[in-house]
Write a new protein. Sequence first.
Length: 586
Amino acid sequence: MNPVKIETLSISYLEIMITKHPLMQNYINSNDKEPSWDGYIYTYTNKDLKVESIKYKIPVQVKGRNNEEWLLKDEINYAVEYKHLKNYYEDGGVCYFVIAISDDGERTAIFFNALTPIKLQCYIEENKNNYKTKNIPLKLIKDKNELYSKLMQFGYDRQKQGSGQGEIIKNSIDLCKIDNLQSIKIKAYGIKTIFEAIERISTGEVCLYGKASGIDIWRPIKYKQQLGTFLKPYEEIDRTIECGNKTYYSKYIIEIVNETKRNICLSENLKLKIDTSKIDENEVKIGLNFNTRGTLKSISNDLNFLDDLLKSKQIYSNKKVFCELKGCDLDFEVDDFKGFQIAEEAFTYFNIQYNKKVSVFKQEDWNFVNIVADIYLGHIPNFEGEAQIFRLEIHNKFIPFYFLKNSKEKIVGYNFLMPKGIQITNIYNDKEYRIPSFLHYKQKEWDCLYEFKEDLLLEEIKKSDFNIVTQDDFSLLFLELLLSYDFNKNETYYNMADLIADKLLEVDPSNEYWKINKFQMLKRKGKLTDEDLNEIYSMEENTKDDMVICAVNILLDNKYKAKRKISELSQEKRKMFMDFPIYNLL
């Protein structure tokens, strides 16, 4: 067939499809000699097709080809010169049509690709070898309504993206380089279900836009990163999940896979897979997807839930029956993961928080977990005598354990900082007083100590005996904790020191050193009141202790005087004072 007739017929068939739709109008030239473009298609918001009803002016390029094979396809590839792609990119994109004509001119197929700026940016950047042409994919347009939706989608994306010369496209979002993406949005035309939208996102037909925190501009996400992306719509349900009279989860997420399949995500490790197409009135069959990606705590909780589920065959939500199971497919045995449950029991028993996810465990982590579990089970190698202290190191920190033979000659392990069932005492003047096990820890030990829950450490202090006999030892503990706080800003140590300062003042409210201790705690947080400052001034006037004079001048920010007074101390006292944590405030 003559090339001129092919092009004329091609445009005619496209014009017919456009004319049949009440909200489209074409301005396409046959045998047009303008480089890269053949004209425009206008889309409207009103059937009157007035100027004020114009929604988008869509630039188009139309190619006609006599090809019988293409008439049987849903998608074709067509070579386009890069020089034209660059023109389209700089102008804001183009809707590219390739129209296949039969040998007799009676049959046709219209293929289409919306070459948006973000898509053209990808095509051009990928041309590292300076090829002259790019094979672009084009999909079959089935009817006028599909064409209208495609053109509206292109018009929206073109308007949002601007041209390749603009700043929006130049600053398109690279998901590999951005960590502050605040939100993502899409606008999709001609979509009937969320699943159609997801499919079009994954093929790049619908563009994803993102907004970074601090930047109030929606920018397109790079086209290549969007290809193959599979988004799952989900709903977060703020209801509990119970099984076997125990609440296991405070909320859950429902993932919508497709029209009939749902995943109930109870944790990052456990999903219940429900296929509603296979449900009858007498039976609910649930598949399970279980992995060990999360923390020991979450994995253990999931395994305990599965244990109860297999026994009770019922799941409750907010104390009401959620579903009753006739069958539950497990492709594993819960007992195969018993080690995780034992490890979590051990960590709970020893009050050790270990929130690292198993998915990123290294050999050091596995060794640590196994040792803690062994201690919990009483498997303690190289134990000698009746009692022993052992320091278990992990990530440059240590956990102190206390091993003891009980009355049955069984070796029992305790967390030395807070030993369950054991009361630590010290004898002062033939009398026992309760003390925390860490009473004599130095700064270097606090600096390297594994982090435990603050309330547990504070409780050990609260349970201790503060009195005239024990106050000096607690004062030394205060100093070591505060020195460590000044070094690493661990707020737990600050709060422990603050509690000790209060307890010491309860023992002896008039003690100048105990007052200084409390005042320096307040100064570190900028909480000294006028009343506090007046008392500090009074201490300077009334004290006979030269080290107290040095301390109050530091508290009053009299730095010059404080330094002078410190220099006047004896060498021994000066060295002692400079080792006190209050010297860090100078």
